[in-house]
Unconditional design. Structure first.
Length: 290
């Protein structure tokens, strides 16, 4: 069965979400609608819908005009088994001591590594993206330097690959939180698949206000592989939720955004310890001052 996409861009978060909501009332109805900020500093937002039959281009044109969006670009996607395709294309990833792989590559796991099983069909965070890879390298670097995490949290955990990495090398339990219910379900499934049930606790939560997170604070290591906007918004709350001399590993940051994020966190008393750029993305390791 063919799949159709309809994509457009417009300025501003509120109009973008309004357009996304309006698209859900179209006939034929989209199977899904996504609204995303274009992380290039332009202020543009992308709105897209997925359809199992050709969308009504006239109705899309009316919506675009009414919301001040660009004309929708409608495309028909070829019939592809995307999970099989991704499995073929994504080779295992080595990040320091960590080896991230899918079950189809189970025979390639080296003996002298910390294995992390992540299926290609699941949510963001397979280890191939520069942000996840950078965070795993930063975790390995801290561990090599002698740091031992005793109270660790992965905020915006996605697949929970970072939380599981910490649980692999340190004895104490790790928290993993995400704002998205599906991501939390995926994270929990990964935790079980990796034999870490009871070692990683997955919670649906936004920020640090959730009772489970508040009760567990303060943390000595915080992962937050999200995006610049949420990272900036979390700076003061993260500082309050960290122990003195604690670390934060942050990513989801475009290279040109890194200095701004570093500056914002420095104002909250969390200063740069290390930074690494992989492709278009920068991962920063920060340390809270006493």
């Amino acid at each position: 069965m063919p799949t159709f996409t309809a994509l457009t861009t417009l300025m501003g978060r509120t109009p973008a979400y309004a357009l996304g909501e309006a698209m859900e009332g179209l006939t034929p109805e989209p199977t899904g609608v996504g609204v995303f900020e274009v992380e290039d500093g332009s202020g543009l937002w992308e709105v897209g819908g997925y359809f199992e039959e050709a969308p009504d281009t006239a109705a899309l044109a009316v919506l675009a005009t009414a919301m001040g969006a660009k004309e929708f670009v409608v495309s028909e996607l070829p019939e592809t088994d995307w999970v099989a395709h991704v499995r073929r294309e994504l080779a295992p990833v080595e990040a320091g001591r960590f080896f991230v792989y899918g079950s189809h590559d189970a025979d390639k796991v080296p003996e002298d590594c910390e294995p992390l099983l992540i299926e290609a069909a699941m949510a963001f965070g397979t280890g191939h993206h520069g942000t996840t890879l950078g965070c795993l390298r930063a975790l390995d670097r801290l561990a090599q330097d002698g740091f031992v995490g005793r109270n660790v949290i992965d905020v915006g955990c996605g697949t929970a690959v970072l939380a599981m990495g910490a649980a692999r090398i340190w004895p104490d339990a790790v928290l993993a939180s995400d704002i998205d219910e599906v991501a939390v379900d995926v994270a929990q499934a990964n935790v079980v698949a990796n034999g870490l049930d009871g070692r990683v606790t997955c919670v649906e939560a936004a920020g640090f206000d959730h009772p489970t997170l508040a009760d567990a604070a303060p943390f000595d290591l915080v992962f937050a592989n999200i995006l610049k906007g949420p990272l900036v918004a979390l700076a003061s709350d993260m500082a309050a939720a960290m122990v003195p001399e604690g670390y934060a590993i942050l990513s989801g940051i475009l290279n040109e955004q890194a200095d701004e994020v570093i500056e914002v966190y420095a104002r909250s008393g969390i200063n740069l310890h290390h930074r690494e750029s992989i492709g278009d993305w920068t991962t920063i390791t920060l340390r809270k001052m006493t």
